[in-house]
Design a protein. Structure first.
Lengths: 557, 185
């Protein structure tokens, strides 16, 4: 008895001598590894061990607990495990395993401990179709039969895992919430749950109070039925908010489509309420299909349901809410339809008269779509972009002047001049000394669906003799505009002609409309700088830019 | 008997510790890289032997129209120092009459190299006195200089640790520069 302690003590000693492990040992708490198999706590004669992050348990646990047959071949040192037609061969101290005739690599080989062969529980379990999980809070390995799970009559996703503790079945919660579009759902009673492989798992009855619907487990048949259909009861507009009302919470990411502007939401696991569209439901086909499914044996329950669903697809339910088609209304149309019936998906379409951003709020009663209409384009829209600004001064002029002040002065003058033309709608990215990210400048132009984008800059270099005017474009649709801008601008400055060049600068690359970036002249060149800082010269520059825009508008519109 | 149990428990526990606490995959914690000092140029008399290499570095012509190549020799103890010396060399052309540096007093918090990528975390206080064309040339000079080292596959430039739209307000630097980009230019 005493002698058997020595190897263990020695092992402990070795462990403690290895730096790092010893440090960990001093901070950790003395906790054993527990086993729950088929819902029951199991205490094998040889305790489970964890090796390489895997729990190893005696063969007997696998044989009795999982109801598998284990044949030990002493000569070959192999264990042959069979259960429900699944066959698994493991070899002592070898990472090579064979699952149904196919070789598989193990992370942890079977070992002998106290004359018992210990097998990796998760690998063996999962190979035999058994669910195995690690409950971290109680340091417990839970293994049980994988139940046949259905979600609204269809096979539940594999990612939804079930764990049995005594007579309670737990299920991973977020994996099922994802099916209803409920991303990062906040759970009311997480403390009632288990932490399985890092995921929260709650008892089925708790799931009902968390998510609604019914979660039933037939322990005898080991079947789980999740019935959680949300019904779309109404879609209505109130001012700039569209209320999508459902009987149970659902989540949906909106898709934005253009031409006409539409915001589209697909509601998962949702069907149209009968009261909403009286003609769409209570159809004969569905009940016929139900009868058909009854005739099939119990294991094809989900298939039967699928038949029923397919029949409903034929309905192609579509409904139109009456919204007066007034031109000035933000929302021009509200539509909803049973977009899919396998799985059930309702599509809600909000059609808009004008481009609009939106905020989605998910409530217990559905989804609120808060529309944020974007300013409406009324004319030929020109975005004038004064380069740099705020914390970004841009280049430094020879008299200590900043590029950001030059660009703002010219941009503001240009905007004022353009406003004199009623056919033009003018938007500036900045009209004061503020900082904007380049992406914000681009967003302004693209969100407005601008027709032209003009970015005003001034140049600089370490050689004070360098000088000249240059203009850049990038996208193919911008070349003509660039040539016109450059012609007028260089004509106005009279500086050296550095030409029109193509270069992928951020603001002219990511804007969708014809876009040009101009470098009027060099702030590092004393002669050019003195002109660039003169208000009269700036006015001349602005006029030349306006002339270029006018010519482009007249030639290409 | 009691003692034995306790010991077994302890032993199991020790094994558990070795196993890295159960089934969770232990991801190795990222080892913090010590922030190297920018522009380390101090010569250490008793330091390790330095490797010397002649490299290509790029400057502008006098008119900010095209890149000009120079061959310069740098000496370095390791690859990181090689990159730093190369960057520092971008500020000092030999031919001061004809070649103008596109980088002046460029400071960065750190320069790291990992899996083929150089990451330069630039100092947000830097002032760059260049227009759009100049910025384009400056970044071309920097990337051409660093891509001559075959192990460099991409170059990421951050500002104060963050990914930003642009360094000087014109050229996009949200995505790292890659060798292909340069070759396609």
């Amino acid at each position: 008895m005493k002698r058997s302690l020595y190897p263990m003590l020695l092992m402990l000693l070795v462990l403690l001598l290895i730096p790092g492990w010893a440090a960990a040992a001093t901070t950790a708490q003395d906790q054993p590894v527990n086993l729950i198999i088929g819902g029951q706590a199991v205490t094998p004669d040889v305790p489970p061990v964890i090796k390489g992050g895997r729990t190893l348990v005696p063969v007997r646990v696998i044989a009795e607990g999982l109801g598998a047959e284990v044949d030990w071949n002493a000569e070959k040192k192999t264990a042959e495990i069979t259960r429900n037609g699944q066959k698994l061969v493991l070899t002592l101290n070898s990472r090579q395993a064979v699952v149904n005739g196919k070789p598989v690599q193990l992370d942890t080989p079977p070992v002998i401990n106290q004359q018992r062969m210990l097998l990796p529980l998760r690998f063996v379990g999962e190979s035999l179709g058994i669910t195995v999980g690690w409950e971290n809070n109680n340091r417990t390995v839970i293994a049980n039969e994988t139940p046949q799970a259905t979600l609204n009559g269809q096979k539940a996703p594999e990612a939804v895992k079930f764990y049995q503790v005594n007579d309670t079945l737990y299920m991973t919660v977020q994996t099922i919430a994802d099916q209803f579009g409920l991303k990062n759902h906040s759970w009311k009673r997480p403390e009632r749950g288990l932490n399985m492989d890092g995921l929260l798992a709650l008892p089925l009855d708790q799931m009902e109070s968390e998510l609604g619907g019914t979660f039933t487990w037939s322990q005898k048949k080991n079947q789980v039925e999740i019935e959680r259909i949300s019904y779309l009861t109404d879609v209505k507009q109130k001012g700039e908010t569209v209320h999508i009302q459902t009987t149970l919470p659902v989540g949906s990411e909106a898709i934005v489509l253009n031409g006409p502007h539409r915001i589209v939401l697909d509601l998962p696991q949702t069907v149209l309420d009968e009261d909403l569209v009286p003609l769409s439901y209570g159809n004969k086909e569905a009940s016929t299909a139900e009868k058909e499914s009854d005739e099939a044996d119990e294991s094809t329950d989900e298939d039967g349901q699928a038949v029923e669903d397919e029949d409903q697809t034929a309905e192609a339910v579509q409904a139109d809410k009456d919204v007066e088609p007034v031109q000035d209304e933000l929302v021009s149309d509200l539509r909803f339809s049973q977009f899919h019936s396998s799985p059930n998906t309702v599509r809600v379409v909000i059609e808009l008269n004008q481009k609009s951003k939106y905020n989605l709020t998910y409530t217990d009663r559905g989804i609120e779509v808060q529309l944020i209409p974007q300013p409406r384009k009324t004319g030929y829209l020109i975005v004038v972009d004064a380069g740099h600004g705020g914390k970004d001064p841009g280049a430094l002029g020879v008299t200590g002047n900043h590029e950001k002040d030059y660009t703002l002065a010219v941009a503001n003058k240009t905007v004022e001049l353009l406003k004199q033309y009623p056919e033009f709608q003018v938007v500036s990215t900045r009209s004061t000394d503020v900082f904007l990210e380049l992406s914000e400048r681009v967003a302004i132009a693209n969100d407005w669906d601008a027709d032209l984008f003009l970015s005003i800059h001034a140049n600089s270099f370490s050689n004070p003799k360098s000088g000249g005017t240059e203009s850049f474009y990038y996208n193919a649709n911008s070349k003509e505009f660039a040539q016109l801008v450059h012609k007028h601008l260089q004509g106005a400055t009279g500086f050296q002609d550095r030409g029109v060049k193509s270069s992928g600068f951020y603001v002219i690359k990511h804007t969708k409309m014809p876009a040009v970036l101009t470098e009027t002249g060099f702030l590092s060149n004393p002669a050019e700088n003195s002109k660039l800082t003169s208000p009269a010269f700036q006015e001349k520059i602005a006029k030349s830019l306006v002339a270029a825009i006018r010519e482009y508008y007249q030639s290409y519109q | 008997m009691k003692n034995r149990r306790r010991l077994i428990g302890l032993a199991i526990f020790a094994l558990v510790l070795v196993a890295g606490c159960g089934q969770q995959n232990a991801t190795p914690a990222p080892t913090p890289t010590p922030a190297p000092q920018p522009n380390t140029s101090a010569e250490q008399p008793a330091g390790p032997e330095l490797t010397k290499q002649t490299i290509s570095v790029f400057y502008s012509d006098g008119d900010l129209l095209s890149l000009q190549e120079e061959k310069q020799e740098i000496a370095f103890a390791d690859d990181l120092e090689k990159y730093k010396k190369a960057i520092a060399t971008l500020e000092v052309p030999k031919d001061k009459e004809k070649h103008f540096p596109l980088w002046v007093d460029f400071k960065y918090h750190s320069l790291t190299f990992d899996k083929g990528r150089i990451t330069i975390d630039s100092d947000g206080k830097n002032l760059y006195n260049l227009g759009s064309g100049g910025e384009g040339m400056a970044l071309e000079a920097l990337t051409k200089t660093l891509f001559q080292f075959p192990e460099v596959e991409s170059i990421a430039i951050l500002r104060d640790g963050e990914v930003v739209d642009s360094l000087m307000g014109h050229v996009e630097i949200t995505e790292p520069f890659t060798r292909d980009q340069l070759e396609n230019k």
